[in-house]
Design a protein around this ligand. Sequence first.
Ligand code: AHR
Length: 326
Amino acid sequence: MKRSRSAIIGIAAVVALAGCGSGPAPAGEPGGHGGQLTMGFSQVGAESGWRTANTQSIQDAAKAADVNLKFSDAGGKQENQIAAIRSFVQQRVDVIAFSPVVRTGWDAVLLEAKNAGIPVILTDRAVDTEETDVYRTFVGADFVAEGRRAGDWVVQRHASAPGPVNIVQLEGTTGADPAIERNTGFAEAIAANPDLKIIASQSGDFTRSGGKQVMEAFLKAHPKIDLVFAQNDDMGLGAMEAIEAAGLKPGKDIEIVAIDATHDGMAALAAGKFNYIVECNPLIGPQLMELAADVVAGKPIPARVVIPDEAFDSQQAAAALPDRKY
Ligand code: AHR
């Protein structure tokens, strides 16, 4: 299946039906565990609070669904993910799932899985590929929509006060699907108001330390910063620390808009140190296990499953925090 963003229309929308699964290996054969499904999962790493919650969701859901999970943490390196996927192919697991660090460079290893008859499910992040039918489905958020929603809030917030608004952007990992797509969505939305200007934009690698370091440099280089768009909570929290260390008030002197809605981000929002958060729900483990069971059983599955997101201002964050699951 080739990736086509225009085909994404919503969680309930079955955009197309993916091909049939290869069927589970019989018990006693490689990959066969007396009926128990074996999944090889390659995770990006542990760069953020979001990622920790996502890993927990996948591990908990595998346990609940009695899936034999072979979990591998790539430490943020594509070469480690490729090695893990190759090893899953060699072990003849029933299904491979992974959240790709970056969008390109997967064709060879995806072809290897396809040629071995092992279905692949993309979780959280998409890939660009020229090959056809190398993965069965992609389950994850709509990152362009997340960026757009953050930008729409900025447009509304500054609609009634004319004059330039200097925005700095903390981008995610270079080449990663959410970094590319949140850039696009945010830029599209703020184009509605020419007063909104991105004066600097740099990767903080989706980490708190990266966000802090980049924000420190931005504060030195730019005497007037009005707003930070952090492409995840962790970088926003790093920026918040840098702003406080510079003797300024985050949320007041410099506004912070972020994406994820992790517990720490929501606490900062409830405390008035962030101004707005667009959610990116990491709890996709149960859906992944259902899709994996269906694909292995040869049932048709949707080619794209979009995880819906909410958004929060300060009051809404305070109300939501007690029941927050991550
Ligand atoms: O791919 C999802 C993104 O990756 C999350 O927004 C971010 O926190 C994580 O590192």
